[in-house]
Design a binder for this molecule. Structure first.
Ligand SMILES: *Cc1c(COP(=O)(O)O)cnc(C)c1O
Length: 483
């Protein structure tokens, strides 16, 4: 395929309207105008359209391919949410518009969206209040552990410098804890994939500020001791933080605040259906129990007795600003639309079907792939490519073979405690037919790994580029030399 960079002839143009000839209508000052024409290929409209259409097809997205990337919850994002986010009454708002008086009518709707989403999330999480400010899951983690630090400091408990983190945790957990000034101590998992209770008890003391638990955990399993863990942590005077990236498995069926968690982030771009990936915009609201409310960041939206909404900044004990303006409004708005469309009943079906789909895949693939931590899973199932490795086929090779077959790879080599991990999260939005096709393809690759391992190690064969240096490819992106 020939891309635009090598195409074009001088003078070739697309069609457009004639130049505006109203005097004084050119708002770009002449000092900022380009002196020499840009070195762009000169192409027809059709050539430009084909170029961008072909480029877009080189990408794998939820709208084009099954995308079972574990822990990321790459579910389908209904287009209705996009339509609502694009409404000019929302999309054209300036963040400095007045809230109430002159111009207030323009912003009251947006403030209501933030307020009502906050109320619904607090209800779903089982918490008193939620800050809508954090701009990603990891940013929510940092906010959450800063709240824990603020509480201990306000109570003169300055010895509490340790954050406990299970070995199955996402890498952002220890990073967030370290950024907030904590030393981290790793708690091992037991043979069932749960937190090792005895190891936890040994580490709990008056120097511990809290624990960061992922629930369900990154093995896709629900730790049956989670309530006991929270109780033990509380007895030691510490807080239980919940990494809620996996909330899709339990949304509307279990409120983490009810089982003892004190603070938790959710990834709106995972559970609440916002397009994400490639570092795109996210939102990581953090819900807190009553004890931590005074420390929440500013601003927050309040509803006043006359029914109007306003931003509040004056909280004496607040940790302050963690983001400019009012969080990632466009993402909050999409989550709001999603929550209202589904309602409670719809959300229950989300978590039920997400778990059902993952267990269906797990059972169907069990004869072909090993499971290091066996048993029912929640919304994702984690296999090990250990059997395939005996023939020289690794998790990475299986991922590449899936690409050739039109399927985005699952997460591989995470969680770190699983050998040759393949972490599969189908989500609730895939049809049974598409899940069955994925299972068929996985079985085909497993059989090939046994009978003809070289053919799997050669993949991908159908892509514009073959095997890349995984590290350099992201750092030295070279799109112009695609075949
Ligand atoms: C995605 C994820 C995070 C981080 O969330 P971001 O929104 O990517 O910053 C943290 N923990 C787990 C388990 C995750 O899956």
């Amino acid at each position: 395929m020939e891309l635009i960079y090598t195409k074009g002839k001088p003078g070739r143009r697309g069609s457009s309207l004639p130049k505006l000839d109203v005097p004084g209508s050119n708002s770009i000052p002449s000092s900022l105008m380009r002196k020499k024409a840009a070195q762009m290929p000169e192409v027809s409209e059709l050539e430009a359209v084909r170029h961008f259409t072909l480029l877009s097809r080189k990408n794998m997205g939820v709208d084009s391919n099954f995308y079972p990337l574990g822990s990321c919850t790459m579910k389908y994002n209904p287009k209705l949410n996009e339509k609502i986010a694009a409404m000019t009454g929302f999309a054209d708002l300036h963040p400095l518009l007045p809230q109430i008086r002159r111009g207030g009518a323009l912003t009251q709707g947006a403030l209501a969206v933030i307020y009502e989403t906050e109320r619904m999330l607090s209800e779903l999480l089982g918490f008193s209040q939620t800050t809508m400010q954090p701009l990603a899951g990891a940013h929510g983690e940092l906010t959450g552990v800063m709240l824990i630090a603020a509480y201990h400091k306000a109570h003169g408990d300055t010895k509490r410098k340790i954050m406990l983190i299970p070995d199955a945790a996402h890498g952002t957990n220890p990073a967030s804890a370290a950024m907030a000034g904590f030393d981290t101590v790793t708690i091992p998992s037991d043979p069932h994939g749960n937190v090792d209770l005895e190891a936890l008890k040994k580490e709990l003391n008056e120097n511990v500020a809290g624990i960061m638990l992922t629930c369900p955990n990154t093995l896709g399993m629900f730790d049956k001791n989670v309530k006991e863990i929270c109780d033990l942590v509380h007895k030691a005077g510490a807080f239980a933080y919940c990494d809620g990236a996996n909330f899709n498995a339990i949304v509307a069926r279990l409120r983490p605040g009810d089982i003892g968690f004190d603070v938790m982030h959710v990834n709106l771009h995972k559970t609440f259906s916002t397009p994400h990936g490639a570092g795109g915009p996210g939102s990581g609201p953090v819900g807190v129990c009553e004890k931590l409310v005074p420390y929440l960041p500013v601003s927050c939206v309040v509803k006043r007795s006359d029914g109007t909404y306003a931003l509040e900044y004056h909280h004496k004990a607040s940790i302050g600003y963690i983001a400019p303006f009012y969080g990632n409004f466009g993402i909050i708005l999409r989550a709001y639309a999603y929550l209202l469309t589904l309602g409670r009943e719809g959300l229950v079906r989300v978590s039920e079907n997400a778990v059902l789909n993952a267990n269906y895949i797990r059972v169907k693939l069990l004869p072909y792939f090993d499971q290091q931590y066996p048993g029912y899973c929640m919304h994702e199932c984690v296999f090990s490519a250990t059997r395939q490795t005996e023939k020289g086929v690794h998790a990475l090779d299986i991922a590449k073979a899936l690409i050739d077959r039109g399927i985005h790879p699952p997460t591989i080599y995470f969680p770190l405690i699983v050998k040759e991990a393949l972490m599969i999260e189908p989500t609730e939005t895939e049809s049974k037919e598409d899940i069955d096709r994925f299972i068929e393809v996985m079985i085909e690759i497993a059989k090939l790994a046994d009978s003809n391992p070289e053919s799997v190690k050669e993949c991908p064969m159908t892509m514009p580029v073959k095997r890349l240096d995984e590290t350099q490819a992201a750092r030295k992106l070279d799109l112009a030399s695609l075949e």
